[in-house]
Design a protein around this ligand. Structure first.
Ligand SMILES: CCCCCCCC(=O)SCCNC(=O)CCNC(=O)[C@H](O)C(C)(C)COP(=O)(O)OP(=O)(O)OC[C@H]1O[C@@H](n2cnc3c(N)ncnc32)[C@H](O)[C@@H]1OP(=O)(O)O
Length: 252
């Protein structure tokens, strides 16, 4: 799995540069639908972007991104050109990632909540990441640059921050394949610490779907592929979107 990814990334060389999307302002605020938006059924119905509010897309390059992050981002953007990969926009509120049809009534109302990995406004201090989806391979990759506020052991990322980015990547992958899901189980083996400010590639894929159960696996590696930082398996359960989370919890 990983070897394929490295091969793909290497095969593209480093010459690609970012073309500004005319519908995306410099600060990453999306106006209407971006051509870079993914095209799975779930995201197609995401005229979510088009309506009244302007949403900031946090998965666009900013000045905190290292050269390594920029290079990798450019390579994946290049791979988006033939439609094999899709860049996934990222917003500060999880509800904005769902199409209107999947939102519960209570979720349609705006709340002062923030998606956990997007809860810091200062660029570069927390989770800097961008995701790309390969629908035919049922695979989601995430380029992740952990900032100084994610410290665990001195100079290295906290294990919880690694778990968060794995859960988000694997969860995003599961959502594309199965719709509305919740993490039921996430098992992580931490192999090598992730230096703060470095760039790693979180590579996840759906291995199997059995009824409501979605099984996934994931590896976190350095961008040269030489260092395995973590590997994980996960079980996500498709939830009945007609039932509120509260109802599901109270029936347990
Ligand atoms: C855009 C942003 C993306 C970010 C993604 C981030 C995702 C998240 O972090 S979600 C938050 C963390 N997760 C949670 O809080 C989930 C808490 N748990 C729950 O809500 C429920 O237990 C839930 C929804 C997972 C399953 O509940 P429910 O729908 O009642 O399913 P339930 O009937 O118990 O189980 C269904 C099947 O799954 C199995 N199953 C459920 N949980 C587990 C588990 N932990 N391990 C193994 N099997 C399980 C059951 O055994 C059952 O199997 P079978 O059909 O063969 O009998």
């Amino acid at each position: 799995m990983w070897r394929n990814c490295v091969r793909l990334a290497r095969g593209l060389g480093c010459g690609a540069f970012l073309r500004p999307d005319p519908k995306v302002s410099r600060c990453g605020v999306v106006r209407g639908l971006s051509p870079a938006a993914p095209c799975s059924p779930l995201w197609n119905s995401v005229t979510w972007l088009s309506q009244a509010r302007e949403l900031k897309d946090y998965a666009l390059p900013n000045s905190s991104w290292s050269q390594g992050m920029m290079d990798l981002y450019s390579r994946f953007l290049e791979m988006c050109k033939d439609g094999t990969w899709k860049r996934i926009p990222s917003y500060s509120n999880s509800v904005d990632h769902l199409p209107e049809s999947l939102k519960l009534t209570s979720e349609k109302e705006r709340k002062e909540t923030r998606l956990f990995p997007r809860n810091m406004d200062t660029e570069g201090v927390g989770f800097e990441y961008a995701m790309f989806l390969n629908t035919s391979e049922k695979r989601m990759v995430c380029l992740f640059q952990p900032g100084p506020y994610l410290e665990g052991p001195p100079g290295f990322a906290h294990g919880g921050s690694t778990a968060t980015i794995i859960d988000s990547t694997i969860g995003g992958c599961a959502i594309f394949v199965a719709g509305k899901v919740m993490t039921a189980n996430l098992s992580i083996n931490y192999r090598n610490p992730i230096p703060l400010g470095s760039v790693v590639l979180v590579d996840s894929r759906v291995d199997q779907v059995e009824g409501r159960k979605v099984f996934l696996s994931c590896q976190v590696r350095s961008i040269d592929g030489q260092t395995l930082h973590a590997e994980a398996t996960a079980l996500f359960i498709r939830v009945d979107s007609t039932k509120s989370l509260q109802q599901q919890m109270s029936s347990q």
